[in-house]
Design a protein around this ligand. Structure first.
Ligand code: GUN
Length: 314
């Protein structure tokens, strides 16, 4: 059996078109949603992410501000920045890129963001909203995963869903969203006994533990939908040979590009055993920024008490 590929780039493009239309309507009503992205220090991956987030805002016609501060910024100064952004009316969403430098109290910063502008969905109030099924802002990657499943016609209701990984950013919130969509959810982690056996019960298997190609064929129920959230960069021949059954194509890529991206799922096994899966790259990744844009639009609406139905009626 060859599995169906769930094309995240295509789904992202559709969501972006829908958002562009909603933004046009909002602008017609005199509202331009605005995002402030805060980057502290010079982490290269964070720089790329923030640049990409701001560029996506620009492409959609959203107001955006990139705020870059040096790596030695104190918690107190960052708190002041967040408070300023909380009070500015043209800013609907505040994103503080993680990780923050070690001297900064990350929890204090995330708690200082107004829950109504918390487009990452990391504030305890939004976590509470998510758990209790209230309207709020939902973390972007988990929201993207649900969009992939929904838009690909994968049934969640009554399905056995197994999530591997219990992070605050992905594992826990995606488990909660799957539960709200009426799946029967199991959360696994590094201490789970007989992990492969538990994973193999999943009609939907979400791999979000951050270990390159950890999920192999024996974890996958034949025909299951496998969502791979991992992004791991392989840079040595040895790693590539250890992971791939047929290392020739990825070795070629390693030689030409200098690295090979692999998810948390073994790519050859998933193609053979799954019914459908998200590839790496091109699966869940593209959705994350799209959902950040959706959250910024949602925050602009929620903060002004503008609901979508009313705008459409207008
Ligand atoms: N760093 C890695 N992922 C994320 C994310 O989703 N949001 C923020 N703010 N930082 C991150």
């Amino acid at each position: 059996m060859t599995a169906r590929i769930l094309d995240g780039t295509k789904i992202r493009d559709t969501i972006m078109e829908e958002l562009a239309e909603q933004i046009r309507d909002l602008k017609g009503a005199g509202i331009t949603p605005g995002l402030a992205a805060v980057l502290v220090g010079e982490n290269p991956a964070s720089q790329i992410y923030v640049r990409s987030k701001v560029k996506t805002c620009e492409s959609l016609g959203l107001h955006s501000e990139k705020i870059e501060w040096p790596a030695d910024t104190s918690t107190e100064r960052l708190l002041q920045l967040v408070r300023d952004l909380n009070s500015r009316d043209e800013i609907d969403g505040i994103l503080v890129q993680l990780p923050l430098p070690p001297q900064v109290d990350t929890k204090a910063i995330l708690e200082a963001v107004s829950p109504s502008k918390d487009v990452d969905g990391f504030h305890p109030v939004n976590i509470g909203n998510l758990v209790s099924g209230r309207l709020g802002l939902v973390p972007c990657t988990p929201a993207g995963i649900i969009e992939v499943l929904r838009r690909s016609g994968i049934t969640m209701q009554g399905a056995r869903a197994v999530v591997i990984g219990r992070s605050d950013i992905v594992g826990k919130p995606v488990a909660m969203l799957l539960l709200h969509n009426h799946a029967t959810v199991t959360i696994c982690h590094s201490k789970t006994r007989d992990l492969a056996t538990v994973a193999r019960e999943g009609d939907i298997l979400v791999a979000a533990m951050g270990k390159a190609a950890f999920v192999t064929g024996e974890f996958i129920k034949p025909g299951a939908t496998v969502i791979d959230v991992g992004i791991n960069r392989l840079t040595t021949e040895e790693e590539v040979r250890r992971i791939f059954h047929d290392p020739a194509p990825p070795l070629e890529k390693l030689r030409s590009k200098g690295s090979v991206l692999v998810g948390d799922v073994q790519p050859e096994d998933v193609q053979e055993k799954a019914g459908a899966y998200t590839p790496v790259p091109g699966g869940v990744g593209p959705l994350t920024i799209a959902m950040l844009m959706a959250n910024t639009v949602q925050a602009a609406r929620l903060r002004r008490g503008v609901h979508r139905a009313r705008l459409v009626d207008d």
